[in-house]
Structure formats: C-alpha cells, structure tokens
Design a protein around this ligand. Structure first.
Ligand SMILES: NC(=O)c1ccc[n+]([C@@H]2O[C@H](COP(=O)([O-])OP(=O)(O)OC[C@H]3O[C@@H](n4cnc5c(N)ncnc54)[C@H](OP(=O)(O)O)[C@@H]3O)[C@@H](O)[C@H]2O)c1
Length: 347
C-alpha cells in the first residue's frame, strides 16, 4: 500500500528568527512496506515535540551542531528529524510489531521511514497520556529535573529564579523548586503567563520581563536578599542581570539561551568579577548527559503527577501544516507549557 506523505522542510538555512516563508510543505508517495530482514521501520507519527534547539540545527553553522547526534545540521529540502511518538506500521527485522507505540527521532511528517536505531523506546505503560512522553516525562522534564536537582544542588528555603518560566522546561523547573521548598520567582513574556505562574503553578512571585526597563533592578526588587539559584532558559541580558543579583556560592544552570538563538549580535556578557568574587558556579548541560537518572526522574515525577502536586502544562496544535507556525511561535512567546503538534489519533 502507498500513502501520500506530507512533511516539512526548510528551503534554505535560517540565520534569523524563523518565519513561514522559510518552510515548505512537501508531499511524497511512500510505500508502507519494508524489506524483510532490513532495519527499516515505518512509523505513523502521532505527536511531534516542538523544540527551540532545532533553530540551531537550521543555521549554516552553529556550535551546537557538533555537540550531540540529535543536534547535527538539518539539510534544506530534506525531512527534519525530531522527537516524536508514533505507531509502528512496518518493521523489517520484526523487533517491533505493527501498532507498537514508540518514542524516537522521527520526522516532521505524517509518516517516517527510519532506521531501527532511531527508536528510543517502545511504550508499555499507558498510565499517562502519550503527550507526556514528549514533555513532563520526556527529555523536557529530564532537563528541568536534572538541571535543578543535579546541577543546582538546592537547599530548602533557597531563593530560585527561573526565566521563560511558563515554557516547557521552565514551568517544570519552577514547580520542582517550589515543591522542594524553595522561594521561587519566574519571569515570562505576558501578563497572562504571569497569572498562570502565580495562580496555577503557585510560584511565590512572577513578572513580565517585557515590561521591565532595567532587568537588574527588577531582579533586585523581586530578590532583595539575592538569588541563590538561577535556572536559565534565555541567556542574554537576563543572564547578566541574574549574575548581578546572585548571592555568594550561587549556582546558575544554563539550560538554554533562546534570546541568543535568533540574534547573532546578542550575547550575554556577565560581569566576570561577580563570577569570581561571588564564587559562582555557572554550568551548561544537556538533558542527554543525565540518562543515568532517567528512571529516578520518571518515578519521582510520576508520583508528583499522580498526587496532583505537579501540574502539566501542554500547548497542542494540530496537523503537519501547523508545524512551522508552532515552531515559529516558540520564538514569539506564543506557547504556554510544552508545545506539541498532534498529527493523528492515538486509537
Ligand atoms: N539543555 C537541554 O538539554 C535543553 C533541553 C530542552 C530545552 N532546552 C532549552 O531550554 C530553553 C527552554 O526550552 P523549552 O523547550 O522549554 O521552550 P519553551 O520555553 O516552551 O518556549 C520558548 C519560550 O521562550 C521564551 N522566549 C522566546 N524568545 C525569547 C527571548 N528573545 N527572550 C526571552 N524569552 C524568550 C518565550 O516565552 P516568553 O513569553 O516568556 O518570552 C517562549 O514561549 C530553550 O533555551 C531551550 O533551547 C535545553
């Protein structure tokens, strides 16, 4: 059987903020059978994770492209791989059966023809919705969990600042910090997001950074006694302002620097005297560095979800043609919580 498979490509490398004109929706004819004995697998994609780091793969050159195998460059006019949940349609080796639900590196497409090695795992526990595997119980959640607990080594009562706190990673990092017993303030880009942070997630305080003319004094206002931990999702001038307000022996977990991804002229230049004399620990990390704690993370996080203590925020769009706008929206602050595109029904 053959299907008409729709998929998204970039027309050329993207060196600026992404826009619709950078993308094409292509259609190909795809046979839904594979050669017996091969390591080919065809997956029908159900949900695609939409992630900011993909913009760094779309550039002609970025330091991220050599760091790890899923950050390698994206070739214009070719299918774009990304983390997704799908159902196996056919598998050459027989290792996976038809209708197995799998998480893996598939493509921004309705169907993906991939190698078996692209499958990260086959799901056998359906206690939570499948979307959770891309967000709160997937790499997103692991980023928040490992970044906060492993890098920041929190102590109860410490003062924690989280930027992009209503985003996918940020809303989880902020909640882990709050549940652990820290004082937590988040920043986000709209009044609506600020209300979510305070009223839904129960943060101690939150502010709209777009309304602040001086981020250093804004942070001074929210942290009169200084910041012990900064969970950084944005980099740029927010990182500079946070370093200025850090307490001695403060920890900064640099999860991402989204404000710098689409503006090559924007680079954080924190006051290094502060870093030295306050003995700050500023450390970048990748979630993939912490696969050794994945099981503990899933177990702890599942308990928090079951007890209703941890709120899962998701932001769903529908259909392959909406993948570009969903991705572009990350850089415009459109999403609240984990951005996911649903491509087909679970059943
Ligand atoms: N280290 C890792 O392994 C790892 C894993 C996942 C993600 N990350 C990084 O973590 C960060 C958050 O990722 P995510 O998946 O959770 O995305 P996200 O926060 O759900 O989405 C992006 C959010 O960033 C904010 N933003 C966009 N442009 C901005 C700018 N110029 N300045 C300040 N804020 C801006 C927007 O919210 P506002 O309305 O608040 O502006 C937007 O909603 C990103 O930097 C990402 O690359 C790292």
């Amino acid at each position: 059987m053959e299907v008409s498979n729709r998929f998204i490509v970039i027309k050329d490398h993207i060196e600026e903020a992404p826009k619709e004109s950078h993308f094409n929706l292509k259609t190909e004819s795809l046979s839904l059978s594979v050669v017996s004995g091969s390591d080919d697998v065809i997956v029908r994609n159900l949900y695609i994770s939409i992630d900011p780091y993909q913009i760094n793969r779309m550039k002609s050159n970025s330091s991220s492209q050599k760091a790890i195998n899923f950050a390698v460059p994206i070739t214009p006019n070719q299918a774009i791989d990304g983390v997704a949940v799908g159902k196996v349609v056919a598998c050459g080796s027989g290792k996976f059966e038809k209708d197995d639900v799998v998480v893996g590196l598939f493509t921004w497409a309705e169907y993906s023809l991939v190698k078996e090695a692209s499958i990260i795992n086959k799901l056998d526990n359906f206690e939570f919705p499948l979307t959770y595997r891309l967000g709160v119980l997937g790499f997103t959640g692991l980023s928040a969990y490992a970044g906060f607990f492993e890098l920041c080594k929190p102590k109860k009562g410490e003062k924690v600042f989280v930027s992009a706190a209503s985003g996918s990673v940020g809303c989880l990092a902020a909640q882990y910090a709050k549940l652990f017993g820290c004082y937590v303030v988040g920043s986000a880009g709209s009044q609506k997001k600020v209300e979510v942070l305070k009223d839904k997630l129960g943060l101690d305080d939150a502010f709209n950074y777009k309304e602040e003319t001086d981020l250093k004094s804004a942070l001074k206002r929210y942290f009169p006694e200084g910041i012990d931990i900064y969970f950084d999702n944005v980099g740029g001038d927010m990182l500079e302002a946070a370093v200025d307000n850090m307490n001695s022996f403060g920890r900064v977990a640099v999860c991402g620097v989204i404000s710098e991804y689409t503006d090559a002229g924007k680079r954080a230049a924190p006051d290094m005297l502060n870093v030295v004399y306050k003995r700050l620990n500023i450390r970048g990390f990748l979630a993939a560095d912490f696969l050794n704690i994945f099981a503990d993370f899933v177990s702890h996080t599942s308990d928090l979800l079951r007890s209703g203590k941890l709120l899962n925020l998701e932001d769903l769009s529908y259909g392959v043609d909406n993948i570009p706008s969903s991705f572009i929206g990350l850089f415009n602050g459109d999403n609240i919580g984990k951005k996911i595109v649903k491509l087909a029904e679970d059943e």
